[in-house]
Design a protein around this ligand. Sequence first.
Ligand code: ZN
Length: 192
Amino acid sequence: MKSLKIQRNLFLILFLLATLAVILMLSSARWYYVYPEAEVNKVYRDSLVKLAIGAGQHRDMPFSAVLLYRDSMIGHGINTVIRDSSFTGHAEINALQMAFKSYGPQAFSKLNHDEMLMLTTYEPCAMCKGALCFYGITRVVFYKPKAFVHWKRDHVNELKYDLRIRSSGQADLQDSIIGLFQEKLGIAAQSE
Ligand SMILES: [Zn+2]
């Protein structure tokens, strides 16, 4: 009787693992990501190749990205992790940074981000995806899909992050810092 119960539990665990594996495999196929903006791709394909080769010359991985706004390029970037010893030096972040800098934070925020399109040679990582989502840039076209191993790592880390993140229970710290900052600003404004 006991061994039957163990067998049943084992079968259930195996079934759940197999279901999870199938879900992961199906998700990684990403067939729903094919984006038929062929004309845009053609125009900027050469730019992406030239940019990516430039990244390779600095021993960085040859990845590149361009940020389009109403079909005009407002930013471009290459991988500069090694060149600049920058852990945020991904092509997409650099393309965003270029546009952000040239417009300035206020003017950039006023643009209609739904009309922006990030074109990139390699599917964005979790960090670049986060930056794109943060700025509401949700139209992305990539050429090479991320390897399953990277996709899995990103998702596992995201899950671990969600499970491990904790609140200190002291939200007033940030509020008091803002209060102190405003107090200082008030004092500065008065002394001017
Ligand atoms: Zn990235």
